[in-house]
Design a protein around this ligand. Structure first.
Ligand code: SF4
Ligand code: SF4
Ligand code: SF4
Length: 226
């Protein structure tokens, strides 16, 4: 299906995106609207939006998202107007809904899980116990590998209904985008600080060079007079 035509589609999958954002609505927007927004990266991209853009650009196949399940994979295919494909097992397998839980007595407060969480679902501070806000956890599992004391585990939860799933996906998308903006701002601020420090260091070196040159000139003058 060509870009622009997606807004007028009548496929069953369209029910899934009934509350999708208003125009302008690109093909990548339409694909992103049916992705689970787990932001787990299992598709090989750094989140659902990059994967949606890759599909829209013809750079990725439509069956790389394990959390989408059969229904989600069919929805992607329907948006594109092509036959659905079974999940490519190289990208993982579909799992039941789950959220992360931290065994708080074991947590050493290293903050690595906070840094890994794409939707800011973990609260805590350095050297203090951390907790998962399970209501906004997408179950992406990205916090598990960085934990140095293996105190995070996944716990199965009831699979929410379609409306609740869509609402949760929209909220996760917003949190992911907000986090990315914050990370980008922090990166820019760090780059500016580094540039300012380099300028200050260069100016300092210049001042020292001038001071040394002046001192040499003063010494030469003194020697001539004596
Ligand atoms: S849910 Fe995970 S695998 Fe699926 S598109 Fe989003 S980031 Fe990729
Ligand atoms: S708490 Fe863990 S599993 Fe839940 S969203 Fe954050 S990184 Fe993913
Ligand atoms: S990564 Fe593990 S030990 Fe570190 S703060 Fe998170 S839960 Fe605690």
């Amino acid at each position: 299906m060509r870009e622009g035509a997606v807004r007028h589609g009548h496929s069953p999958a369209w029910n899934f995106v009934v509350n999708a954002p208003p125009a302008p609505f690109s093909l990548a927007d339409a694909i992103d609207a049916v992705l689970p927004q787990t932001q787990c990266g299992k598709c090989g991209y750094a989140g659902c939006r990059p994967y949606a853009e890759a599909i829209a650009a013809g750079a990725a196949d439509i069956n790389q998202c394990p959390p989408a399940g059969e229904e989600g994979l069919s929805a992607i295919a329907a948006v594109l107007g092509v036959p659905p494909k079974a999940l490519d097992p190289r990208f993982g397998s579909s799992k039941t809904a789950a959220v992360a839980l931290i065994e708080e007595e074991k947590c050493i407060g290293c903050t690595l899980c906070i840094q890994a969480c794409p939707v800011d679902a973990i609260v805590g501070a350095a050297k203090l116990m951390h907790t998962v806000m399970t209501s906004i956890c997408t179950g992406c599992e990205l916090c598990i590998p960085p934990c140095p004391v293996d105190c995070i585990r996944m716990e199965a939860v009831a699979t929410p209904g379609r409306v609740a799933r869509y609402a949760a996906a929209s909220a996760a998308r917003s949190r992911f985008e907000a986090r990315n903006r914050r990370v980008e701002r922090a990166r820019e601020e760090a780059a500016l600080s580094l540039a300012a420090a380099r300028v200050a260091s260069a100016e300092n070196k210049k001042k020292q060079t001038i001071a040394r040159a002046l001192e040499r000139a003063r010494l030469r003058l003194t020697n001539r007079k004596s």
